[in-house]
Design a binder for this molecule. Structure first.
Ligand SMILES: NC(=O)c1ccc[n+]([C@@H]2O[C@H](COP(=O)([O-])OP(=O)(O)OC[C@H]3O[C@@H](n4cnc5c(N)ncnc54)[C@H](OP(=O)(O)O)[C@@H]3O)[C@@H](O)[C@H]2O)c1
Length: 238
C-alpha cells in the first residue's frame, strides 16, 4: 500500500451485502480499501476487484485478537486511515421479551457494540494521521428510541437484541463524536434504508450499491457529525 496521496478506508463485514458494495464504491472513488472479513473464503472475491488497491484482513469483530491484528496491519501497511465504516452486523431470531434468547443478545451486542469499539481502538492511531478522518457506524431505524416508542417502526418486525445492539452502537457514536471532535474527526450513525441483502427485509427496495453510494456521499459531500441520519441525509431521531 504505497500511494500516500490516496485516501484509505477500512470497512468491516466487507465480504457481502452493503459492506461489499461499500468496498466497490470506495474503490471506484479512488480510495485504497481494507476490508475486514471473518470468512477466508470471501477474501479472493474482494481482492480480485483490484489486487493492489483492495486488501483483506481476516478478522471476526467479536474476537478480541481482531483489535491487535487490524491495528498491526494498518500501522505496518497504511500511511494513514481517512475513513472507518463499522458495517458488520447480525440479527436475532426470538421476538418479544419472552422470545429473547440470552445467547443471541450476547452475540448481537458482541457484533454491534464490542466489535465497533474494538475496530475504533484498532484504527484510531491511523485515523489520527489523517487531516479529516471520519467514522461511520451502520445503524438501523430500529435503533431510534423515539421511533420505537411512537410505533414509527413496527414493534413486531424487530427483535429486542437487534434494537438494543444498534441503540448501544448509537450511544458509541454520540460518545465518540464528542470525544473526537477536538481532533477534527467526524462520527455519525447511518440507517442504510431497506436494502436487498441476505439480512434485508422482505420489502427491501434499495440495491446495496445504491445504499453504498449514498453513504459515501454523506462522507464526502456533507459535514454531518454527532448525528443519526438516513442514507439520504435526512435526520433520524435518536
Ligand atoms: N439490509 C438492510 O435492510 C439493513 C437495514 C438496516 C441496517 N442494516 C445494517 O447494515 C449492515 C450490513 O448488513 P447487510 O444488510 O449488508 O447484511 P449481510 O449481507 O448479512 O452482511 C452482514 C455482514 O456483516 C458480517 N459480519 C457479521 N458478523 C460479523 C462478525 N462477527 N465479524 C465480522 N463480520 C461480521 C457478515 O459476515 P459473514 O458473511 O461472515 O456472515 C457480512 O459480511 C448491518 O450492520 C445491518 O445491521 C441493514
Amino acid at each position: 500500500m504505497t500511494a500516500e496521496h490516496k485516501k484509505v478506508a477500512v470497512v468491516t463485514g466487507a465480504g457481502r451485502g452493503i459492506g461489499f458494495a461499500l468496498v466497490e464504491e470506495l474503490h471506484q472513488r479512488g480510495y485504497i480499501v481494507v476490508g475486514v472479513v471473518r470468512n477466508a473464503d470471501d477474501v479472493p472475491a474482494l481482492c480480485q476487484i483490484a489486487p493492489n488497491e483492495i486488501f483483506a484482513v481476516r478478522g471476526d469483530v467479536v474476537e478480541p485478537e481482531t483489535e491487535t491484528i487490524l491495528k498491526d496491519f494498518l500501522q505496518t501497511n497504511a500511511p494513514k486511515v481517512d475513513l472507518l465504516i463499522n458495517n458488520a452486523g447480525f440479527g436475532a431470531t426470538g421476538y418479544g421479551i419472552e422470545g429473547l434468547v440470552y445467547s443471541e443478545l450476547d452475540k448481537v451486542l458482541a457484533v454491534s457494540c464490542y466489535g465497533p469499539i474494538r475496530c475504533v481502538r484498532a484504527t484510531l492511531p491511523s485515523l489520527r494521521k489523517s487531516k479529516n478522518a471520519t467514522i461511520v457506524n451502520i445503524s438501523s431505524r430500529f435503533a431510534s428510541l423515539e421511533w420505537v416508542v411512537t410505533g414509527t417502526v413496527p414493534h413486531k418486525e424487530a427483535t429486542y437484541p437487534y434494537r438494543i445492539g444498534k441503540a448501544a452502537l448509537n450511544m458509541l457514536t454520540s460518545c465518540l463524536a464528542v470525544e473526537l471532535a477536538e481532533e477534527n474527526m467526524r462520527v455519525f450513525s447511518v440507517d442504510p434504508g431497506k436494502v436487498k441483502t441476505r439480512f434485508g427485509p422482505k420489502d427491501a427496495d434499495t440495491e446495496p450499491r445504491e445504499a453504498a453510494r449514498a453513504i459515501v456521499d454523506l462522507v464526502e459531500n456533507s459535514s454531518t457529525t454527532a448525528t443519526f441520519v438516513h442514507a439520504s441525509g435526512e435526520k433520524v431521531p435518536w
